[in-house]
Design a protein around this ligand. Structure first.
Ligand code: CA
Length: 235
């Protein structure tokens, strides 16, 4: 029998924790909960969950700082930020500091479950990243080892979040092919719907460029085809 995937929910509103826990357990996930940022960070370190649902406004330590701390430690666990505001700033800040996704409160359980499933499924899909038999992709000083998930630039290892890694390996697996933001949302994020979420793609591309490009403002690896989308430069 397949091992249960574990979701850690870090949220100070107990009623939200309870209903999310109920729904996740019904879908077959194991659920851990923490009610403030510090406890969330401790549980994330100790229990090594498969996904974290992370509220922003938390006692003791805000969600952004929890996510930052995990990324600084090299954790690539998928993080979905639960933001209370409709505003763009929380979403963009969340993505900038390394979250994989966000969902705005109040959210429907159906949407939350879809996001959890999409983000966890991506983890499972890592075993089948495009690479067509080759265990490594090397181009322009960039090296991607598809077996160990290690990415390095000029020999120096680079820490990528899981989403950044998947976006990179997806594009690098189809060099020269241009993908629209909607395509990438579907292929890399596994979303069947898009709406305003395509902005997520731009933020993730920008962050990825900051990590892998010699000159992020003048990229040579992940290129923009204006008005169309993004593509990997290699051959
Ligand atoms: Ca809160």
């Amino acid at each position: 029998m397949e091992e249960k995937k574990t979701v850690l929910i870090v949220e100070d509103e107990k009623s939200i924790v309870d209903i999310v826990r109920f729904n996740l357990e019904k879908e077959g996930y194991a659920v851990l909960a923490a009610y403030d940022g510090e406890a969330g960070l401790t549980k994330a370190r100790e229990a090594n969950p498969d996904l974290i649902l992370l509220d922003v406004m938390l006692p003791k330590m805000i969600g952004f700082d929890v996510c930052k701390a995990l990324r600084a430690e090299g954790s690539s666990v998928p993080v979905i930020i639960l933001t209370a505001r409709e505003g763009e700033s929380d979403k963009v800040e969340g993505l900038e500091i390394g979250a994989d996704d966000y969902i705005t409160k109040p959210f429907s359980m159906r949407e939350l479950m879809a996001r959890v499933k999409a983000n966890i499924r991506r983890t499972a899909m890592q075993q089948t990243v495009p690479g067509s038999g080759s265990a490594a992709v090397t181009y322009g000083g960039l090296s991607i080892d598809l077996e160990s998930y290690q990415v390095s630039k000029h020999g120096a290892p680079i820490d990528l979040t899981q989403r950044e890694y998947e976006l990179l390996t997806f594009l690098a697996g189809h060099p020269g092919k241009v993908y629209s933001r909607t395509d990438l949302m579907e292929q890399v994020w596994n979303y069947d719907y898009v709406g305003d979420d395509v902005r997520t793609v731009d933020v993730t591309v920008r962050r990825l460029r900051e990590k892998i490009e010699d000159e992020p403002a003048n990229p040579s690896l992940i290129l923009t085809r204006r008005g169309v989308g993004y593509y990997f430069a290699g051959t």
